[in-house]
Design a protein around this ligand. Structure first.
Ligand code: AMP
Length: 221
């Protein structure tokens, strides 16, 4: 049983790596960003509210986040473990998460942080495009489609996530530095879960290797 929080600034490759780790270790994957986007896509009133914060690059208020994520954790069940991705993003969220996990007897094993430089992050994110119907992700420079702007399989036009636009990205990075980096310090001080840092300025496969090694040693240790 492995319970981890995966952290890293926007563009650090968290989404790709999370998917690989989930496949490899059989963890239940709870991504707050994905959960919020699904809520938005459902057209609910809550989804509408969430999308207003998300489109601006600001964080969703803690009470809304905590309520949605506590429900998702309660509904998730996996014998193999849990990976929280994108949550907690503030110290208040981390404190609320501690309470939730404590009452369930589900302590965290580790907080895994993928690190990368700001300039690299901006280039990675602003070049991202995806196919709306399948969610397939490309990058204009690093992983271009066969024909620019068009999905290889469906032929539909690729789009940029509203919050992947440069001005919004800068705000997201600022939010990460101001609100999320203190969460790493919070876990360090607390000392219950290990804090593991991974170098995100490597190829995706190299980052995966480092992550797998870190999780294997957690599982075996
Ligand atoms: P992500 O896909 O993780 O980058 O999340 C996209 C957007 O959802 C963020 O820019 C925030 O507006 C919002 N969001 C996701 N997770 C959280 C969280 N834990 N706390 C506050 N806002 C969040």
């Amino acid at each position: 049983m492995l319970r981890i929080v995966l952290m890293g600034p926007p563009g650090a490759g968290k989404g790709t790596q999370a998917q690989r780790l989930v496949d490899r270790f059989g963890l239940t994957h709870l991504s707050s960003g994905d959960i919020f986007r699904a809520e938005k896509a459902s057209g609910s009133e809550l989804g509408q509210k969430l999308s207003e914060y998300m489109a601006s690059g600001a964080l969703v208020p803690d009470d809304m986040v905590v309520e949605i994520m506590a429900k998702a954790i309660a509904e998730s069940g996996s014998a193999k473990g849990l990976m929280l991705d994108g949550f907690p993003r503030t110290v208040a969220q981390a404190e609320a998460l501690d309470e939730t996990l404590k009452t369930k007897g589900m302590p965290l094993d580790a907080v895994v942080v993928i690190r990368a430089d700001d300039d690299a992050l901006v280039e990675r994110i602003t070049g991202r495009r995806h196919a709306p119907s399948t969610g397939r992700v490309y990058h204009v420079t690093f992983m271009p489609p066969k024909t620019p702007g068009v999905d290889d399989e469906t032929g539909e036009s690729l789009v940029q996530r509203e919050d992947d636009k440069e001005e919004v990205v800068r705000d997201r990075l600022k939010a990460y530095k101001e609100q999320t980096e203190p969460v790493i310090e919070y876990y360090r001080r607390q000392g219950a879960a290990q804090v593991l840092e991974i170098n995100g300025m490597q190829s995706p496969d190299e980052v995966t290797e480092d992550l797998v090694e870190a999780l294997n040693s957690l599982q075996n240790g």
